[in-house]
Design a protein around this ligand. Structure first.
Ligand code: BGC
Length: 842
């Protein structure tokens, strides 16, 4: 992977008050809603100027291509993504039979114009992100589609849920389900038919990608398990999920065409596609996701929303997907090619390609009307499937178009999910260092609190139109956000949100908190009750420190947002603040709200840094959850859903790929590392991480014993039993692929004992090593369970390994292949702490 222009934060920060470039560039953005970006700390963080630099950066790649000849036509790439036509009709089999027959009935009564009206968005008097019109004569009410996977955005009376990365760090399937149910219920109450989430792409291949925080984990199994729970729960309350972004959307730089440069192409081989990137989408489809959003980027040099291989081939044929494919907003770059390539709905509108043009393409015979019928069927069937034809709130009813004008209050929050918001916030915190019993706190007399990220941002209020508030950038720089998100002209230059704590990342996946408790709010409350003295300083990088403090806290963050890749994995300002405080306070506890991987080697070995928490993106209960952990009312149970390296160079893919050489106009991102990302790469190359995938501390200790590994006994009365251990699956394609991919072939059990003095939950993890050593990762996660175990008690965890879990993708047979030979089964508390090892031969 080419190294992008990751701006090293170096030592070039200027100190408070020396530079106020941001003030002018914020105003230049013309919105007047910048979040205090002219503050001294902002100036101290911005390295050398305004968005103009970044724009120059981004254009720069093309200019350097030189004499070697720049490819100027995409015919050069023809055939790299195999053609798969025609677009398969929905089959309406299995669980979709009823919905599909009702849809067939309704679509049968539609005129061509009505069918076409379903396939793109129109303006509405709501703040829905997208809106398809109703067809009153057929009692079709239309669809409101809205962001996103971490809570309903840009409206009032909704909750800020823990973000995807936080759910990933909690490793808790039941909690992920509850979150989905609570969140989905809010969308429903507001009349949102389609929730634009959850996210499993980006997966996290590019460490600095701006949107990794929206998804659960770089590990396909972890992401797949959590997306399955999330889809089931959201759709269980009648809201269609739009699992996104399909597929290979691993970086924000050049995600869309810019000037005369096309969007980046994610070049992914067949095996990597199946074993890594498609895997969690497969789980989402298996769980019944009614909608999939095709992505901005190109895949093997064909646009994601016109790619017949990924849409017609992988999704609609191999995975048997029954719902509709919606374009990401503005991701449609062709008419007939997208229609025949498998896209079913264009958002936010028909634009220059569909609408009347789609109609003409049918009338002039370029597109068969049967394709339009299938598009309509795929859109109407999920509406029936989720029961939206009966008693569903009017689309967009709670989505006032302008919150600064009087509007009807639709309070979507449901008090019965308050504990889910709280538990979700607690469980995504990962404690990675805790020495000299720093935590939990023991009746401190004096605490000192430092850092820009302890408190709330100064604003949490809607505006008329777009603002920091609508995109979760209240604590960040509006100008930086604006340039990256709306003009596509900025590379990220500011690594942190310097105006306050963060509850989510930024962009369309941001949350809109109706209320949020910052870490500082909650600490003050607790200190007040306990009579603890408190000092604080949120603004300076070299604050005074009272050496008599029982504990000093430093709060920092690592911000990330849609539209911009992050500039670095750490920042000098925050690292310097930690070191400054640690030099003066012998019990310095660091809390980082990180919207992605954050390296800590600059300070973590400082002898006075006694504890470190990766606090991720907890949502509105952030401060409450943190205080509960700090004071030992909750026991930490989160584990890292990614690897924290010692050095940036330890990662296989750090930054985004940029246009270079002959590909100046067609940027290429070659996924040549294959499936060896994150811990698979560290294992393969024998690199010692700082904190490994799956690692996290508790206030208690656990031990593992009694591993049992059993092959499933084929039940001769079951028709599939004879083929249970055959090399290839033989089942019919249902949603998610061949049905027998989910047959359980091996059952594993182990005992987990709580050997400490505190009750707590432990994430027990199972990794499989397949027989093809050398060709496959050393180990891959294939099971996890999170029992809550009282002190001194033992729990038994059980894992069911399916045919898919034990197979590799066979690129010749185009099937999942169950290998013959000895499999290694490892069970333990992290990817590098696996005390139980067993074998099973197939
Ligand atoms: C994002 C999607 C989002 C859509 C609608 C796009 O910019 O990539 O994730 O759902 O906008 O807001």
């Amino acid at each position: 992977m080419a190294k992008a222009s990751i701006k090293d934060q170096g030592d070039s920060y200027v100190h408070a008050g020396q530079n106020n470039n941001l003030i002018s560039s914020d105003l230049a953005a013309g919105t007047g809603t910048g979040t205090g970006a002219g503050k001294p700390i902002a100036a101290a963080l911005h390295k050398g100027g305004n968005g103009g630099d970044a724009a120059a950066d981004k254009n720069g790649g093309g200019g350097s291509s030189g004499s070697g000849g720049t490819i100027s036509s995409d015919t050069h790439f023809y055939g790299q993504s195999p053609p798969v036509y025609p677009s398969p009709n929905m089959t309406g089999t299995g669980l979709w039979a009823d919905a599909s027959s009702k849809a067939r009935d309704m679509v049968g009564k539609m005129t061509l114009a009505e069918k076409i009206s379903l396939t793109s968005g129109v303006n509405s008097n709501t703040s829905c992100s997208g809106f398809t019109p109703s067809i009153p004569r057929l009692n079709f009410t239309g669809l409101c589609l809205s962001d996103a996977g971490n809570g309903l955005r840009a409206t009032d009376f909704v909750s800020s849920w823990p973000s995807g990365i936080h759910v990933g760090a909690s490793w808790n399937k039941a909690l992920a389900f509850q979150r989905g149910a609570g969140m989905g219920g809010e969308f429903r109450t507001k009349g949102v038919n389609v929730l634009l989430g959850p996210v499993v792409g980006p997966a996290g291949r590019v460490v600095l990608s701006g949107r990794n925080w929206e998804g659960f984990s770089i590990d396909p199994y972890l992401a797949g398990s959590l997306v399955s729970e999330t889809v089931s729960a959201i759709q269980g309350v009648g809201v269609i999920t739009s699992t996104k972004h399909y597929i290979g959307n691993e970086q924000e730089s050049y995600r869309s065409p810019f000037g005369d440069t096309e969007a980046v192409s994610a070049n992914i081989d067949d095996r990597t596609m199946h074993e890594l990137y498609l895997w969690p989408f497969q789980d989402a489809v298996h769980a019944g996701s009614g909608n999939i959003m095709c992505s901005y980027n190109r895949v093997n040099n064909s646009y994601g929303c016109a790619n017949s291989k990924t849409l017609n081939g992988l999704l609609k044929t191999e995975l048997g997907f029954q719902g509709f494919v919606v374009s990401d907003w503005g991701a449609q770059h062709a008419g007939v090619a997208t229609t025949l390539g498998g896209m079913d709905m264009a958002m936010p509108g028909a634009g220059v390609y569909w609408g009347e043009h789609l109609k003409s393409s049918v009338q002039n015979g370029t597109v068969p009307e049967t394709r339009i019928d299938d598009m309509a069927m795929r859109i109407i069937a999920p509406w029936y499937q989720m029961g939206q034809d009966q008693g569903f709130p009017t689309p967009g009813i709670g989505m006032a178009s302008d919150l600064t004008k009087p509007h009807k209050i639709v309070d979507a929050r449901n008090s019965s999910f308050r504990s889910t918001l709280f538990d979700g916030a607690v469980e995504g915190h990962v404690l990675v260092k805790n020495i000299r019993n720093a935590l939990p706190l023991n009746s401190p007399k004096l605490m000192s609190i430092y850092g820009y990220s302890a408190k709330n941002p100064d604003q949490n209020t809607p505006t008329s139109g777009s603002s920091s508030w609508t995109f979760g950038a209240e604590s960040y720089s509006w100008s930086e956000f604006f340039a990256g998100f709306f003009t596509g002209s900025a590379a990220g230059d500011i690594p942190i949100a310097f105006n306050g704590t963060i509850y989510s990342g930024g962009g369309s996946g941001a949350t809109s908190q109706s209320l949020a408790v910052s870490p500082f709010d909650a600490i003050v409350q607790q200190a007040y009750d306990d009579g603890t003295a408190l000092f604080w300083d949120f603004t300076t990088d070299s604050p005074g420190v009272n050496p008599m403090s029982d504990a000093c806290f430093v709060f920092g963050n690592a911000f990330a947002t849609e539209g911009i890749d992050r500039p670095s994995t750490h920042d000098t300002y925050t690292d310097g603040l930690v070191k400054h405080v640690a030099d003066r306070c012998n019990n310095t506890i660091v809390v980082l709200h990180n919207a992605g991987i954050r390296l800590v080697d600059q300070f973590v070995d400082h002898p006075n840094v006694t504890a470190l928490i990766f606090a991720h993106l907890p949502g509105e209960a952030s401060g409450k959850a943190l205080v509960s952990l700090l004071y030992g009312k909750s026991n930490p149970s989160g584990k890292l859903p990614y690897t924290v390296a010692r050095n940036e160079s330890d990662y296989v893919g750090l930054g985004p790929d940029l246009p270079e050489g002959e590909f100046a106009k067609f940027p290429q991102s070659n996924f040549t590392e294959g499936v060896l990302v994150d811990y698979r790469h560290f294992d393969a190359k024998n690199i010692t991480p700082r904190y490994e995938f799956g690692f996290g501390l508790s206030y208690t200790t656990f031990n593992y014993s009694n591993l049992s590994v059993q092959k499933t006994v084929a039940n001769s009365s079951s028709s599939s039993s004879a083929a249970l251990f055959d090399q290839y699956p033989t089942g019919a394609v249902l949603e998610g692929g061949q049905a027998d991919l989910w047959d359980v072939l091996v059952e594993v059990a182990a005992d987990v004992g709580n050997t400490g003095a505190v009750d707590g939950a432990e994430v027990a993890q199972l990794y499989v090593g397949v027989p093809k050593k050398g060709e496959a990762p050393v180990r891959q996660l294939r099971g996890f369970e999170k029992p809550f175990i009282n002190a001194t008690q033992t729990a038994t965890v059980r894992f069911a390994l399916t045919r898919r879990d034990l197979s590799v993708w066979d690129t010749v047979a185009q099937r999942w292949s169950l290998l013959r030979g000895e499999y290694t089964i490892e069970v333990g508390g992290s990817s590098r702490d696996l005390p139980l090892v067993g074998k099973v031969t197939i």
